[in-house]
Write a protein that binds this ligand. Sequence first.
Ligand SMILES: Cc1ncc(COP(=O)(O)O)c(C=O)c1O
Length: 500
Amino acid sequence: MLDFLLKHAKERPTSFHMPGHKGSELFRRFGYQKFTSALVDCDITEIDGADNLFQPETIIREIQEQYKGLYESQKTYLLVNGASVGIIAAILSVVEPGGKLILARNCHKAAFNALRLGNITPVYIYPEILEECGLSGPVTASQIQQLLLKNLDAKAVMVTSPNYYGICSDIQEIAEVVHKLGKILIVDQAHGAHLKFLHEKFPEGGMPKSAEDSGADIVINSTHKTLASFTQSAILNICSDKIPLDIIEDRLQMLETTSPSYMLMGSLAVNASLLKKAGTELMQDWAENLNMFYDQSKVFENIKVIGVRPEILCLDRSKINIDVSDLKISPFELVRILENRYSIYPELVTGNIIMFMSGIGNVRKDYENLLLALHKIEKELEDEPNRKVPPKKELPPYPKEQKLLQPVPKNPQKVHLEEAEGRVCAASIVPYPPGYPVVCPGEVITAEVIAYVKALRENGENVLGISEDGLIQTGPRSENQNSRAEILSRIAELKNSVKK
Ligand SMILES: Cc1ncc(COP(=O)(O)O)c(C=O)c1O
């Protein structure tokens, strides 16, 4: 571990992956090296004067207040277990045990874990899959309205925006619909902590408004992903008076570690201070660098940069997605060349898309390095006439609404994926990244799911919930193959008979 970390640090790589600070240079540039060089000595516990995360009165409360000011929230909580814990706490605070939640199916696995912890029934909103790039697209206000009208007993709606690739939903429209029906809107903005500050630097469009400014009630931000706090630190913003703070606080203390790291909380303090001190300058630079990148990327002939024309998609353009299906090498080969030859590290590969995640700590040179490297690789490949474009990686369609909710199997068995059709899933299968499950516990494993997961694995992508030799956890074969409508009417019948 240490050899790996130190070797990587020594390489001084160009980082287009999380975290957003991109290394020590940002802290040095803005005068925070006193903190970074004393980091180990800042690793303390709740000694006198150090305050307490779960009853903040002094120095922790001060940082919370700073974030409240920065995001114009009603209250902000610091998180030391990532946005993941904020998502779970938010859901368990607003949906009662056994209640119902309208949930975008492309939410992070943390949301699905909350469903299990709270025995919550989800009603899924399926985002469209974007034809131009095969990525999961936005969810719409009209989809949500339809589902809410059919499920008036749902307490809240939860969506992710931006998603991992930066694709955003129209939170303002969604908030209007949700509030008209008296429900609560939770937005997982793990990938968009910067939107509040970067949006205004794109007056012509091309950087969506933050969920805080669009009417969401609870917004969870991974400040570590795109801003300057350390990995695992995050914040939860309360943006309306509909949220019971005592319950949120109770859930957070239940779920978080009792030894919150002062290194992480200190990094949240640095991030707040940096945004206050140099936020305007840093956001301006970031916007200019992105504009330069998108503009210059028009020289590519076989690399398609998604969102060059901002009007096409509601896209957070700080995530640079390139489609390399016309290039004469596979995405993974390209990544290997970028890493080994140019020391440039992207965030992820999905199908033919490589995503480069920019952050507050990236400087002009990083974008230039990326442009130059891609341009050079593209040219070299063109000069190899005998090299052919490898067969295009077509992923089968993302599995759609096959969902037949069954009780989660109590005594799961390990079964090979290819023999699992018709069985009830006992442990989520999650491509990671991006981290949203293809199939969840209690759902039936369909032929579509099997084909999709198989294709991801053949593509070399990382899939959680399946062993190296292809085994997954399942219950018995689903006996009840009735339609969802039949099942729901059965449940209604049972509820009625219980009432009687
Ligand atoms: C959409 C989304 N939400 C939430 C999370 C969890 O964030 P964290 O890593 O801060 O716990 C992730 C992680 O990548 C994510 O992609």
